[in-house]
Design a protein around this ligand. Structure first.
Ligand code: ADP
Length: 167
């Protein structure tokens, strides 16, 4: 399984599934969540309303409607408090659950945003290490390519650095 770090807008990636950094309600929010809902269209919110929310560290899948991807996997990252509220385990669980669900749905190409490092304030370097390690340690079934799509230069530089160090 190939792991790549790219810079860009995840709503433009043509792949089997993109991951949404959602909140517990799954009813839309700001950041990447807002961008995904805007581009997918109102049908996405309609489907999300049937899911009954999502626990922190877990994930749920929907169709992707007007997005170029086939599915959206909505995961809920931890809000970073002080590092002593299971933040690391919960963030790892987000990546793990998304990878498992992508495999269950026979996805070959999965794209992640940088979960929890925006409004949820997870320190970027620590978050990038968890993301890269969890993806590297994952035993894939049919996933061939996992992409981490960074929205800004700084996030991109940190993920690149972590990837280089873990090679
Ligand atoms: P969280 O609440 O999990 O912290 P945010 O959406 O606030 O989620 O931020 C997570 C990351 O997603 C941040 O690095 C933010 O810059 C990035 N981001 C925002 N919009 C997009 C987008 N369209 N594509 C990819 N990443 C995005």
């Amino acid at each position: 399984m190939e792991i790549i770090i790219t810079k860009g807008d995840i709503t433009e990636i043509k792949c089997d599934a993109i991951v949404n950094a959602a909140n517990n309600s799954l009813l839309g929010g700001g950041g990447v969540d807002g961008a995904i809902h805007r581009k997918a269209g109102p049908e996405l919110l309609k489907e999300c309303r049937t899911l009954g929310g999502c626990a922190t560290g877990d994930a749920k899948i929907t169709k992707a409607y007007h997005l170029p991807a086939k599915y959206v996997i909505h995961t809920v990252g931890p809000v970073y408090r002080d590092g002593h509220h299971d933040e690391a385990q919960l963030l790892e669980s987000c990546y793990q659950r998304c990878l498992e669900i992508a495999d269950e749905y026979n996805c070959h190409h999965l794209a992640f945003p940088s979960i929890s490092t925006g409004a949820y304030r997870y320190p970027i370097l620590a978050a990038a290490k968890i993301a890269v390690l969890t993806i590297q340690n994952y035993q894939e079934k049919c996933l061939k390519k996992v992409e981490i799509v960074c929205f800004d230069d700084y996030t991109y530089s940190i993920y690149k650095k972590v990837m280089e160090e873990k090679k």
